[in-house]
Design a protein around this ligand. Structure first.
Ligand code: PLP
Length: 458
């Protein structure tokens, strides 16, 4: 047997699931040789660029020292944190929001919240509709469970927001849920409250669940992200989403990773009907037994959550400003298709070259790490058609995580992108040399720069 070979077979589901994209991108980063004053600039992973506030670090440290934090708690989390989060959600969705601690389960991160939920909603062979480009972990999780991710294509013309009308045409007898992410990963598109309400109506009409992953909800300025949690109106109302409780249709997912800058502490949340949560308790019991206790106890400390709001707001405001800076400094031929939350989705200017190849070369030669469209969709996906993009254009989008870096690094990234264009003007050879390994084919940076471009987007 050769080293690394296995005497047993692997599951078809894991073999048919893509490898985690972030480590693939990190491989490119290791191939970059930083020169003096030119460090790698990492705009790949969606991670907070700032540490948690000191009051949170202190609370985490105190909770970790407590012997109380060493044991298990219920599968759906600390009752005290569920109660505190029900109150905190009213700060975000409005004081009248109809949310109680019975509607809440705490999970080991939002990815686990998604898996625990879909395991209760769909069986192998069933379908869940995901807007595309999709958050790769959603598609990977569904694939591992044998659930088909049905792609709902979005397009530049609509700012990468999904159409309820197109979604309706994808619903079949196997459909069990529609899963949205807003603000979106990877595009940054922010879905309006009206659009989210239309999807809730659609889901209700077809007796489907509407899952909304709101990991980046605190980075919308200003106002509540949607009104689905609003209490029923006193008078009859014709919108289906308001004639019945949100609990019949809606499943809200949240991550503590971004708002509180603690991705390593692994906390997430599900808000759903207590009827659904009874079943989610079963999946959570198997997946996590219980979420990590020290961060739960820390967040449940009296008045900690409200006292963290100002830092969330400050981070959100800084991020909005960084998005503005990125928009201003991005060279003209790099086109922004959508922007919001942690991400900007940008079309590169090299016609006929896939974003995968451009990202590989940006990382290895220019020292700018980003993620290509190919990580957020099936490679053989049919695109185009009415109102859609042609395949060549579709393949040119790149995700820049604006949250990872500070303003200075945004400036430097934009300068380096500009250098690629100047290389064209001066016809330097550096960008036309062979790539340093065989990961990607030789790409000529200069292919398209002479072509006319539309003006930079919004
Ligand atoms: C849309 C979305 N959902 C979930 C997650 C994962 O969140 P967590 O760290 O809470 O598992 C991410 C992280 O990037 C994300 O972008």
């Amino acid at each position: 047997m050769s080293p690394g070979s296995l005497a047993f077979r692997l599951s078809r589901s894991v073999l048919s699931t893509i490898s985690p994209p972030i480590p693939q991108a990190r491989k490119w980063a290791t191939m970059y040789v930083p020169k003096a004053g030119r460090p790698l600039l990492d705009m790949s992973q969606g991670v907070p660029g700032v540490p948690p506030p000191k009051i949170l670090l202190d609370a985490l440290s105190k909770a970790s020292l407590s012997p109380d934090a060493c044991g298990y708690c219920p599968p759906t989390g600390e009752p005290s944190l569920r109660h505190a989060m029900a109150q905190e959600m009213k700060t975000v969705y409005g004081q009248a929001a109809d949310i109680t601690s019975d509607d809440i389960a705490i999970t080991s991160g939002c990815n686990m919240a998604f898996i625990a939920t879909v395991m209760c909603l769909a069986d192998a062979g069933d379908e869940i509709i995901l807007p595309v480009p999709w958050y790769f972990n959603h598609q990977m999780s569904l694939n591992l469970l044998g659930i088909k991710a049905v792609p709902l294509l979005t397009c530049t013309e609509e700012g990468f927001t999904p159409s309820p009308h197109t979604c309706a045409s994808l619903i079949s007898s196997k459909t069990r849920a529609i899963a949205l992410v807003t603000p979106n990963n990877p595009t940054g598109a922010i879905y309006s409250p009206a659009l989210i309400a239309s999807f809730a109506d659609l889901a209700k009409q077809h007796n489907l669940a509407l899952i909304v992953d709101e990991t980046y909800r605190d980075f919308i300025n200003p106002g509540p992200p949607h009104s689905l949690f609003s209490p029923l109106p006193p008078k009859p109302y014709h919108g289906a989403h308001l004639t019945k409780s949100w609990r019949e249709t809606f499943v809200h997912l949240f991550s503590f990773s971004k708002s509180y800058c603690i991705p390593g502490h692994r906390l997430g949340l599900i808000a759903a009907s207590p009827t659904l949560l009874r079943h989610i308790t079963t999946t959570l019991d198997c997946l996590q037994i219980c979420p990590p206790r020290p961060p739960q106890l820390a967040f449940a400390s009296p008045s900690l959550l409200p006292s963290l709001r100002p830092s969330i707001l400050a981070n959100a405001t800084a991020l909005v400003e960084r998005h503005r800076l990125f928009r201003e400094l991005l060279p003209e031929k790099w086109i922004i298709g959508a922007q919001g939350g942690y991400f900007a989705f940008v079309k590169h200017p090299f016609m006929g070259v896939s974003a995968y190849d451009v990202c590989a070369r940006l990382a290895t030669e220019v020292g700018v790490l980003t993620l290509p469209m190919q990580f957020f969709c099936d490679e053989d996906m049919e695109v185009g058609g009415e109102g859609g993009e042609v395949k060549g254009d579709w393949e040119r989008w790149i995700r820049f995580s604006v949250a990872n870096v500070d303003d200075e690094k945004v400036r430097r990234v934009c300068e380096r992108l500009k250098e690629c264009e100047e290389t064209k003007r001066r016809n330097l050879k550096s960008f036309t040399r062979d790539s340093p390994d065989t990961l990607f084919p030789r790409v000529n940076w200069l292919i398209e720069l002479g072509q006319p471009f539309a003006q930079k987007g919004h």
